[in-house]
Design a binder for this molecule. Structure first.
Ligand SMILES: [Zn+2]
Ligand SMILES: [Zn+2]
Length: 186
């Protein structure tokens, strides 16, 4: 049987429309999208607190739900370059984390586990993706994540290119050859 087609629950302006916004207007539009996503969640969980919003996330991540600071953080460099994806996907992604965290037992649930996936599909009408393919060369010098037994290691584009061509890199701790894992989480 075919999966039913997903219909996004939040509406998003066209990419062309978003391109015309300056930073202040873009941030305001993202605030409005967070508000709309939060309103949607209230229908399911009326006690959900309204998250604060910051644009202070650096590096490779697009967004982060920060439970201690009680809000959502977004990466302003990646936002500027991926406007439509931020409104259509990154905001619902982080709001789904925020919602799941506030459910009973939420803090002990897997970050991208069954509950989070269910919120993404059923509430937001989106595919539950956990990685992004944004160009992070301007927001992070080393966006490529490699793994060994003991740790994660981050490679620059140059080093990643060499590894792809066959250069082997080993972990200094465990001496294992590092294996490419992908770009980091949304
Ligand atoms: Zn290691
Ligand atoms: Zn996530």
């Amino acid at each position: 049987m075919n999966q039913p087609a997903l219909i996004p629950a939040l509406s998003t302006p066209s990419a062309a429309e978003l391109e015309r916004l300056d930073d202040a207007a873009l941030h305001l539009r993202l605030h409005q999208q967070v508000e709309a996503a939060w309103q949607l969640c209230l229908g399911y969980h009326p006690a959900l607190p309204r998250p604060a919003v910051w644009f202070d996330l650096r590096g490779k991540g697009a967004g982060q739900a920060h439970y201690v600071r009680r809000g959502l953080r977004f990466n302003p460099v990646l936002l500027r370059e991926n406007r439509h994806a931020f409104l259509a996907e990154v905001v619902p992604h982080e709001m789904a984390h925020w919602l799941v965290h506030h459910l009973e037992g939420g803090p002990w649930m897997q970050p991208h586990g069954h509950e989070w996936k269910t919120v993404m599909v059923r509430l937001f009408g989106l595919k539950p993706r956990t990685t992004h393919s944004f160009d992070v060369s301007r927001s992070s010098p080393a966006p490529y994540c490699y793994r060994c037994e003991c740790d994660r290691h981050y490679f620059s584009a140059r080093r990643h290119g060499l590894a792809r061509k066959g250069t082997k890199y080993r972990c200094r701790q465990c001496a294992q050859t590092l294996v490419y894992e992908g770009r980091v989480d949304i």
